[in-house]
Design a protein around this ligand. Sequence first.
Ligand code: NAD
Length: 297
Amino acid sequence: MTRIIDGNAIASDIEADVQASVETLRDAGVQPGLATVLMSDDGASETYVSMKQQACDDLGIDGRHHEIDADAPADDLFDRIDDLNADESVHGILVQMPVPDHVEKRAVLERIDPEKDVDGFHPENVGRLVAGNARYKPCTPHGVQKILAAEGIETEGKEAVVVGRSDIVGKPMANLFIQYGDGGNATTTVCHSRTDDLAAKTREADILVAAAGVPEMIDGEMVKEGATVIDVGINRVDADTEKGYELVGDVDFESAKAKAGAITPVPGGVGPLTIAMLLYNTVKAASRQSGVGVDLA
Ligand code: NAD
């Protein structure tokens, strides 16, 4: 029987730990705060930010949302980041990507104080992750690690194949898999849009992480019998629904399920973990900045 992994349940357990840490901090007079900044009219980005804000509310984190007109000069965003860097009540800063074309993404990531970079995208934090001394692990790949741990799926000595090499999912996922220690020690292959014979690579995977942003591109033919399939993809495809679309992953769920030992659905798989790990990083940031210790696994 293929196990369908319940990402909501795993995220709830992590959020309970985060909430306990929020209370520890509050008891010590520290109110954890997360600033989200949106410079976009994109509907999906608006949805993601509002979900993050809602999650802050639910756990007692002070979530403050900032919007900057998508046509505004880049300096408006940079000035806002500078203000948030200087604001001691803000422990974490998240600028929702993508930013408009006239704003240089790299400059945005570098502008955020690395201590407040709860996405873990600042080059200093990327470097620390690669060096095996992560400050904040990027939320989505960290969430995948948490799923594997919660499901008792060993990574050590296993073949892990990551499809996608983005800075936010594919690269940090691979970097986590190759680190020493729990959730690491995997023999890791990174595939991408220029990979030759992708199916031959994915069929080698004991753990297959799909993060390509291509609807249902990984089907059962590409999955090894008994493999763990983690579908990071969230793609809007046209559908005859109220909203006019539905969400599908990068994995063709039914055919992959027929081969896999365990598989994450979309929605309800990796997505909830991404939010949980953002809250986790925010509490960690508040702890680091205040010096008040918290008990976070
Ligand atoms: P991206 O577009 O930045 O990167 C996609 C990567 O996939 C690229 O490295 C590209 O080389 C590779 N790729 C594209 N087409 C391919 C193909 N045909 N074969 C092999 N590789 C191919 O995307 P991203 O930001 O990494 O996001 C990937 C997917 O994950 C998207 O669907 C996104 O919405 C989703 N996502 C989900 C979460 C979550 O919380 N579940 C978080 C972030 C991203």
